[in-house]
Structure formats: structure tokens, C-alpha cells
Design a protein around this ligand. Structure first.
Ligand code: GCB
Length: 626
């Protein structure tokens, strides 16, 4: 029995380039808040499409409930069927449009932007389909001008159907397994199997926005920065849509609002230069970290008697990144990643964007003395990335290539989709100074022969899209069987000595970790990051001598790792990222008690005692006293 998603495969998605921002030429309206919601509980999950729920108000199709946006729907209601629901759910909001947007002569475009919805999404406005997108964790857009301006009214119905069904070809991959033994399972029983260790939260996870641009508009802007001696360089490339006749002016403002470089009537590809630039430095690497200039681009275009003007302002950090055999250099200086792995995860809202949780997490990161994180295991919200740029938190930007284990997921269909996702990610985050490296996957079965071609293609295409940043993926395969690390710039390796292997035996850690590092380095001569290590820990559980799951055991594991880190740091180790920043929810299993407990903070962001020893270490590393 199908569950209704196949129909949509193969339709084109629509992605976007510039983060929506207000400006004198652009208006923005958030559609967050309460939406009407209905899960399609029919056996084939296709009733909504068969009955055309998008054609009329959702409340007229059957019972609806209130659902907050953004939020995962799973932990909101008291209905266990909704918590673990797989298939299509339907969201709907009736929206008022400002009158001056809706006139056919308004001279403006209206764009609907969805920050992310997991996994497939179909969007209608007043029953007309305007977008289809595959993939959670990345934004997509639809130009809805025609639908709005062809049926001027004040209120419009926006319907979004979202489906969390995974296949061997999605990112992350998954499979649906039907259980047909009627003695053991009720009719129609199926489960979704995945190979990743976080709860497959679903719904509209990030803000839904409407914004306007003039009919002729700035569609994309790329900056690549550099500096030589005391001259800062901002190379730019601008793309304008809907007219070939336009003029461009650029102004680079410093933080005092002074123009420090400008071009009037400039070309779409060019360069701004400024003397004595304030460089963008990571947090704790400089007394004035994360310096951001504002690049204002003004486009003017005339079509007969109609003039268009579009203004877009982009924060720009001037910095450069290089990798040698043993070092990661930011602005020519060795950078050591002392950071964390995170998840977008918290009580009740699941993966839904929440400003309070975001700011709390940044406060904790800075308290901890962390200078970096990896977006394990998928791209995080644009709002989070903006703050990394602003606070100087360095990011390894990972795509949702997690749990790629089945040989089926290494075929051309998967590869083509993976390339599309990397393109969407690079397009979204290419201008961010905080992003210093792309990670194309986490712990794929990189020992399979198929992994060679797959990662060669994926990594070389990513480098072709962005020649300015190193590319990696995170491996847990042994150095002697891995087929893909040869294509990376930096080796990122995960290991859980004395946890998943030799459980309870702290005395093996130093030997095994040292061996791990030496083997990888001797084979590939590339710098190494310990991209995960840690131990599950129940906050408040104590034991001396330390035993597994106690706070003492987590600390002891970390201290054993630190001993080796401090030796290898002298040669090629360029970073350590604890698994994990905070406890997070996973699927239910005998290995997990209410989720993964490897956080140094609880899910409610309270410190375990490990947070204090990590804090002590990170501040000493930052101050060069370690
Ligand atoms: C890993 C995975 C991560 C898991 C972690 C664990 O290697 O990359 O997603 O959560 O181990 O705790 O098992």
C-alpha cells in the first residue's frame, strides 16, 4: 500500500538565494502563529489529495486543531498517534494582504518563503499550487504574485501539506516497512526505519514569510573576501532578474555607519577595496571579534515610464580560510576548534525555531568558551546562522546526509538529490563569514566500494560551487577501509572508546585514540578534527569509582580524551567537538532512555558537571594557558 507521497516525486522544487530582509524597497510580513491543522489519518494517507483539501477551507474537510508555526507537531498534542505520525499533514492559514500589494499595477512581486518544513511540502494559495519542495532543513520559495494580483481580495488561504516519509533516496534516507503478519500486527501496520540517532520531527519548523521586491529585482549576491597587507578586498557578483538594463551602486558601511568603500554605476561583477579593514575574527581569537560591515546594493532600472529601485543589504565579514597539512588557518593564524555538536531540539517545540532557546544556547556557548560548532546533522535555521556571523561562532556547515548506509542510497538518484541539497545549502550560506567548512555527510558507509565515486563526485562538485571553503565529511569508518576521506581537505573522525566498544573500560581510551590519530594522519597527511566523542550521562547520577551513565564517568571519558588531544594538538589535531551540547530526543529504543543523554547540558539547558570541566578547558585553550 502506498502512502501517497510518490505522486509528487519528480516535480521540480524551487529554492532561493538571498535571506529575506526588509529594506526601503522590500516589505516583509511574518505568518507565524496559529495555523489550522489536520493529519491525514486515512489508510493510504492520500485522502487529502483525493478530496482536494486545498480547494476549500480546511475546517470544511473535517476536524482541525490549532497548530503553532514554527514548531514540530509531534509533541504538541495529547494524541500518541500524532506524535509518531507518518504521512501527510495539512496546515492552513488565512492571511490578510496589504491593499497596495494586491493591485496588478503594484509594480512588485510577492514571494512566499518557508524557512523549512520536514520533509516534502506542497503549497497552494487559494487552491492554486505554487510550490513543491523536497527536503527538510532548507528554505524554499514561491513567487505568488500572479495568484494574488489575478484575484484581488483582502484575504488569501495558504495551504501547506507536509509529509515526513523517508525513502532510500531522501536525505536522510529511511524505509517504510509493512508488517503483514495479521496474528502480530493490526491491518495496515507499518513503521519507518531510519539509521540516524535523532527524532524525526516533522511539520513547519521555521518561519513562513511573505516579502515583496520590485518587479525588477536583485535576485542573488555573492561576496568573496580577502585582504593583502592593509587592504581589504570584497569581490562581489550580483544577479538581477527581469531586465538587462539597470545600474548598480554599492556602498560598504562600517559599524559606525561610515561609508568605507563605494562604487557608483558599477558592473555586476566587481571589487570593493578598503584600507585598514577590521577583519572578521572568531570569538575569543581577537579583542574585537566578528566585525561585520554592511554592504548595501542599490539597483535602478527603467522600463519606459516605469522606474524600479531595489535595495538589499548584506552583512559582510572580511576573512580568509586556508588549510595546510597540519593546520586550519583563519586570517593566516592557526585556529583550533574547541566547540560542540548541536541539534535543533528542545522540549515541546521539537525542531521548531524558538528565539528563547536560540539565545539561551548562544549564551551557554559563550559561557563555555566554545568558539565553534558543527550543524550536526543538517543545516540550521538562517536565524541561527546570522547569530554565528554576529557573535563570531565558527561553523562547520553540515547537510542532512546522515544515515547513508544502504548500498541503494549510493546510486545516481541519491547522488543527484545530494548534489541538489548541497547546491541549496551553498547558495543559502555562501556569504557567511562564520561558515568555514562544508560537511557533506555524517558517518556514511564510506567503506563500501560505491562510496568512492559517490564522494568523489559530491566533494568535487561542492568545491566547484564554492572554491573558497574546504570540504569534509565525518567518518566513523576505519582508516584502512574508508574510500572517501581521500577527497576531503580535513579529516573529521568520530569515536566512542570505552562507550560503544570496551564499555566501562576507561583504561583503553588513550591507547586507542592515539592509534586512531596516528593511523589517519600517517595515511593521509591531513589535519584532523575529533568531530564526536562522549558518553551518555543521567544528570544527577553519581558514582565513585565512575561507572557508565554517571556524571563522573562522562568526565573521566573526557579527561582521557583531553590527554591525547593535548599531545596531538602539537602536530596535526586542529579541533575537538564534544558530542553533544545538550541531551536530545531520539526514536524509542532499548538503547535510549528518553533520548540521547550525551549532552553536557540537559535538554532543559542545565549543566551537568562535565560542562564545568569543559568550560575550564576551553577558556584555558582560548587564553593559551593550556
Ligand atoms: C554518532 C552519531 C550521532 C549519535 C552519536 C551517539 O556517531 O554521529 O548522531 O547521536 O554517535 O550518541 O551514538
Amino acid at each position: 500500500m502506498a502512502i501517497g507521497w510518490q505522486f509528487w516525486l519528480g516535480l521540480l522544487g524551487c529554492s532561493f538565494a538571498l535571506t529575506p530582509r526588509e529594506s526601503p524597497s522590500r516589505e516583509l510580513k511574518e505568518l507565524n502563529g496559529l495555523w489550522s491543522f489536520r493529519a491525514d489519518q486515512s489508510a493510504n494517507r492520500n485522502q487529502g489529495f483525493e478530496e482536494g483539501w486545498y480547494k476549500r477551507p480546511l475546517r470544511e474537510t473535517g476536524p482541525v486543531i490549532d497548530m503553532p508555526v514554527p514548531a514540530s507537531y509531534n509533541d504538541i498534542s495529547q494524541d500518541h498517534k500524532l506524535r509518531d505520525f507518518i504521512g501527510w499533514v495539512w496546515y492552513e492559514k488565512e492571511v490578510w494582504m496589504p491593499k497596495h500589494w494586491t493591485s496588478p499595477n503594484a509594480g512588485m512581486r510577492i514571494v512566499l518563503h518557508v524557512g523549512s518544513a520536514n520533509y516534502y511540502s506542497v503549497v497552494w494559495v487559494n487552491g492554486a499550487e505554487v510550490a513543491f519542495h523536497e527536503g527538510g532543513h532548507l528554505p524554499f520559495e514561491a513567487d505568488i504574485t500572479k495568484v494574488i494580483q489575478n484575484s484581488p481580495s483582502h484575504q488569501y488561504r495558504i495551504t501547506i501539506a507536509v509529509n515526513n516519509t523517508l525513502t532510500p533516496y531522501t536525505l536522510p534516507p529511511g524505509t517504510i516497512q509493512y508488517m503483514t503478519d495479521t496474528k502480530r500486527y493490526p491491518p495496515g501496520y507499518f513503521v519507518q526505519l531510519t539509521q540516524f540517532d535523532f527524532f524525526n520531527y516533522a511539520g513547519i519548523h521555521r518561519p513562513v514569510l511573505l516579502y515583496t521586491t520590485p518587479n525588477v529585482y536583485i535576485d542573488d549576491l555573492t561576496v568573496v573576501t580577502d585582504f593583502q597587507d592593509d587592504v581589504g578586498i570584497v569581490n562581489y557578483k550580483i544577479s538581477v532578474q527581469e531586465s538587462a538594463h539597470y545600474s548598480l551602486s554599492l556602498k560598504l558601511y562600517d559599524q559606525n555607519g561610515q561609508v568605507v568603500a563605494s562604487i557608483t554605476d558599477g558592473p555586476p561583477v566587481g571589487q570593493l577595496k578598503l584600507r585598514k579593514p577590521a577583519l572578521w575574527w572568531p570569538y575569543l581569537m581577537h579583542e574585537q571579534p566578528a566585525y561585520l560591515y554592511n554592504l548595501e546594493v542599490c539597483m535602478k532600472s527603467k522600463n519606459g515610464s516605469i522606474s524600479y529601485e531595489d535595495i538589499y543589504t548584506l552583512p559582510v565579514g572580511i576573512r580568509k580560510v586556508q588549510v595546510t597539512k597540519t593546520q586550519f588557518l583563519i586570517n593566516g593564524k592557526p585556529f583550533y576548534f574547541h566547540g560542540v555538536n548541536k541539534h535543533e531540539d528542545s522540549d515541546i517545540r521539537g525542531k521548531g525555531l524558538d528565539w528563547s532557546v536560540i539565545i539561551k544556547d548562544f549564551n551557554l556557548l559563550r559561557w563555555l568558551g566554545a568558539n565553534s560548532f558543527r550543524t550536526s546533522h543538517y543545516p540550521y535555521a538562517e536565524e541561527i546562522m546570522d547569530l554565528c556571523d554576529k557573535y563570531g561562532i565558527v561553523v562547520i556547515d553540515e547537510c542532512p546526509g546522515v544515515g547513508i548506509k544502504d548500498p541503494l542510497s549510493f546510486g545516481n538518484k541519491s547522488l543527484a538529490h545530494h548534489l541538489t541539497v548541497m547546491e541549496e545549502l551553498v547558495r543559502r550560506d555562501k556569504n557567511r563569514p562564520s561558515v568555514v567548512m562544508w560537511s557533506v555527510a555524517n558517518e556514511p558507509a564510506s567503506g563500501l566500494p560505491e562510496a568512492n565515486h559517490y564522494f568523489k563526485t559530491l566533494i568535487s562538485s561542492t568545491k566547484a560551487m564554492d572554491p573558497t571553503r574546504p570540504v569534509t565529511f565525518v567518518t566513523d569508518t576505519s582508516y584502512d577501509s574508508d574510500k572517501a576521506v581521500q577527497y576531503t581537505d580535513v579529516i573529521c573522525v568520530n569515536s566512542y572508546f570505552s562507550w560503544y566498544h570496551d564499555s566501562g573500560h576507561l583504561e583503553v581510551i588513550q591507547l586507542q585514540l592515539n592509534d586512531q590519530f596516528e593511523n589517519w594522519y600517517n595515511k593521509f597527511q591531513k589535519p584532523i578534527i575529533q568531530s564526536e566523542y562522549g558518553a551518555d550521562t543521567i544528570a544527577g547520577l553519581h558514582s565513585d569509582p565512575p561507572v557508565m551513565f554517571s556524571e563522573e564517568y562522562q568526565k573521566a571519558v573526557m579527561q582521557e580524551y583531553f590527554m591525547v588531544f593535548d599531545e596531538r594538538r602539537k602536530d596535526y589535531l586542529i579541533g575537538e567537538l564534544i558530542w553533544n551540547f545538550a541531551d536530545f530526543l531520539t526514536a524509542q529504543s532499548t538503547k535510549r532512555v528518553d533520548g540521547n543523554k550525551k549532552g553536557i547540558f540537559t535538554r532543559q539547558r542545565q549543566p551537568k558537571s562535565s560542562a564545568l570541566i569543559l568550560r575550564d578547558r576551553y577558556w584555558k585553550l582560548a587564553n593559551g594557558t593550556k
